[in-house]
Write a protein that binds this ligand. Structure first.
Ligand code: FAD
Length: 508
């Protein structure tokens, strides 16, 4: 076969070289895909994005994970411009309130806690020091946690703060659209009403819009949101539901005024049958109540939200329904689903945009220029499955490890069966104080540790390697570490001052 042939035959699959890419959908996932694809392969591909103003976007999704900073750097997105355009703020972690018990509060920060040894993690050293009578908490050894508690932030090299962002989702999509169009992406406004498949191969050949326009492509990226117009309605990927572990299936969301000291973290406040997010931006606050409709009516959930607001309502309520789980296959034939079209794990740890961006990175690495083949799709799907499952386990941990028994919702969460992969992890921590991070996992040891302890899981033992160290030296270096961190936090500006100086919002 000629190397430059338009048609390649791979096994039984007939696929053509990929030149023309169609992105269906223009929410966060559509425009993130467009900006990345056009930045890296704009010279090789002809990229069209179709979106429908009539349908609109999900309109939420404003808290992120630190991998977004890498995504932005990889695709040349300027941090200041991005924060100015989106009214963005800094996120150092999440404040969990009322989770293990009513009145509890802990911060799951993005930071590293203390200095670990290759023999074991820092928390073992602190356990040993405490046995010697040393009085300190894990929080005292984490820069991000201390900065978050004091509402402070600065971009610095040493010590360095690991951070993510909060932003206005509508503004983010518009910002990415501008960059994508500068890179040559063509945007088409219209509603897709038909998806045309090749009669022999089942590959998607074109989509038809309500206007009658037909848009052809070699490769299609489904960013159409929960409905999965291409991946599910056309290619019937199937969906794996995780409702037995993650019961929430609904949310009411709104935007309020916000004044006062801007915290550099998201708040996740547990209520009777769900939880409420509070996301502070420069110009407003986003808030919403995520809940299970099996335990509370939409009306009561709405009232819970209205009774727990900090400021006047700016934008009215929006009711969202969802199924937690993932598409059994995210890549089928010549179509890949990115974003909500590919799956959704509820937003407790703000992992959706991370999954979008990691999915895009993987797609770029596996991009089928010479034609689609099953081995590429299999590789993509397997990695995607593992990433989703690891995140699922981490989120389930927050619900399972609770002492709350004040409502049927919390009792059922506490008593539920959990995936073996998570059960084994909890057992290992309880029995031996060991925490670990798997390959392809986004949550590091420090994350598992902060949440396990924050959820009041009690470790019965710890590793004794610190007892082989010199006791006086160990205590002295702990003290120095703690005091240096406290001094570093005192020196940096407040989060509000940082934003005003570095990236004040630009209204468009
Ligand atoms: C309650 C809730 C809270 C969340 N909070 C967070 C969070 O804090 N952090 C986080 O990372 N994620 C969060 N998420 C997830 C996040 O909102 C999404 O991952 C993100 O917005 C991406 O959505 P999307 O682009 O895949 O879909 P959508 O925003 O739904 O966009 C779909 C696009 O497809 C278009 N479209 C659909 N059908 C057609 C058609 N027939 N023809 C043409 N165009 C069509 C639409 O017009 C739209 O442009 C949250 C989700 C929910 C439900």
């Amino acid at each position: 076969m000629e190397p430059n042939s338009r048609i390649a035959i791979i096994g039984v699959i007939v696929s053509q070289e990929i030149k023309k890419v169609v992105i269906a959908g223009g929410g966060t996932s559509g425009w993130c895909t467009a900006v990345a694809l056009s930045k890296q392969f704009g010279k090789l591909l002809d990229i069209t994005l179709i979106e429908s103003e009539e349908i609109g976007t999900v309109g939420v999704g404003e808290a992120t994970f630190p991998t977004i900073c890498t995504f932005h750097r990889m695709h040349g997105i300027d941090e200041r411009e991005f924060l100015q355009a989106t009214g963005g703020s800094i996120k150092l972690g999440i404040s969990f309130e009322n989770w293990a018990r009513r009145g509890d509060r802990y911060i799951h920060s993005f930071g590293t806690i203390g200095q670990s040894s290759w023999l074991g993690d820092f928390h073992n050293i602190l356990c040993a020091a405490r046995e010697y009578g040393y009085d300190a908490q894990l929080d005292d050894f984490c820069f991000e946690l201390q900065a978050a508690k004091h509402h402070k932030f600065a971009i610095m090299q040493s010590p360095k703060l690991n951070y993510a962002y909060h932003f206005d989702a509508g503004r983010y999509a518009r910002f990415l659209r501008r960059l994508s169009e500068q890179n040559g992406v063509k945007r088409v406004e219209g509603k897709i009403v038909e998806v045309k498949q090749n009669a022999d191969t089942g590959f998607i050949e074109a989509v038809t819009l309500a206007s009658g326009a037909r848009i052809e492509g070699d490769f299609f990226i489904d960013c159409t949101g929960f409905g999965g117009l291409l991946i599910e309605k056309t290619l019937q990927a199937g969906y794996e539901h995780w409702g037995q572990w993650l019961r929430n299936d609904s949310a009411v969301a709104l935007q309020t005024e916000f004044s006062g000291d801007l915290p550099p973290y998201t708040r996740a406040i547990a209520h009777e049958s769900g939880w409420q997010w509070k996301i502070p931006l420069q110009h407003r606050q986003g808030t919403g109540h995520v809940y299970s409709s099996a335990y509370i009516s939409d009306e009561d959930a709405r009232n819970t939200l209205l009774n727990n607001l900090d400021g006047d309502i700016r934008v009215e309520l929006r009711l969202l329904k969802f199924h937690t789980g993932r598409r059994k296959k995210a890549w089928i034939k010549n179509c890949v689903a990115i974003g909500l079209a590919g799956g959704f794990v509820e937003p407790l740890e703000s992992t959706s945009i991370h999954l979008i961006q990691i999915g895009i990175a993987r797609l770029l690495q596996l991009f089928p220029f010479a034609g689609c083949c099953e081995s590429l799709a299999n590789r993509y799907n397997e990695q995607s499955r593992v990433e989703y499952e690891r995140i699922r386990d981490f989120i389930v941990l927050h619900y399972k490890a609770t002492e709350r028994d004040d409502t049927p919702y919390w009792r059922d969460c506490r008593d539920m069966e959990i995936p073996d992969s998570l059960a084994q992890r909890i057992e290992l921590f309880k029995e031996a104080g060991i925490v670990y991070m798997n390959p392809e996992e986004v949550f590091r040891i420090d994350s598992w540790l902060q949440v396990m302890l924050g959820q009041r899981i009690k470790q019965q033992r710890y590793h004794h390697f610190p007892h082989a160290m010199d006791r006086a030296q160990m205590i002295a270096s702990l003290d120095k570490y703690k005091n240096d961190l406290a001094a570093a936090v005192r020196k940096i500006p407040s989060h509000g001052e940082f934003l005003k100086d570095y990236c004040p919002m630009k209204w468009d």
